[in-house]
Design a protein. Structure first.
Length: 100
């Protein structure tokens, strides 16, 4: 059993580090679209996952139901389709969807 415990201790540390790296910012912290802005949004459905707020707004203007996460308080958190982030990472409610 001691060998199994030792292996689990090693594996647990690797798994924990993998989860933390997934929840953190990419390195380099650069928008994958414009290659200039700081990453504040991660989209799990776009081919380009990490975006600055400006690119996120452009991309998701017509894709409002993509699952997006905003980098808030040190880790990525789910944000609703009616929310965008400004350049400071502050959540802003949008009203761009209107019924004709």
């Amino acid at each position: 059993m001691s060998n199994l415990t030792s292996r689990w201790d090693t594996s647990r540390k690797l798994l924990f580090e993998a989860v933390l790296s997934y929840e953190g910012l990419p390195s380099p912290d650069c928008c994958q679209m414009c290659l200039e802005g700081a990453v504040l949004v991660r989209c799990t459905e776009c081919a380009v996952s990490f975006m600055c707020p400006s690119c996120d707004e452009k991309v998701h203007q017509f894709l409002p139901f993509h699952n997006r996460d905003g980098y808030l308080n040190g880790y990525f958190q789910s944000i609703p389709p009616t929310v965008t982030l400004d350049e400071n990472g502050t959540m802003q409610t949008t009203c761009k969807y209107t019924i004709p």
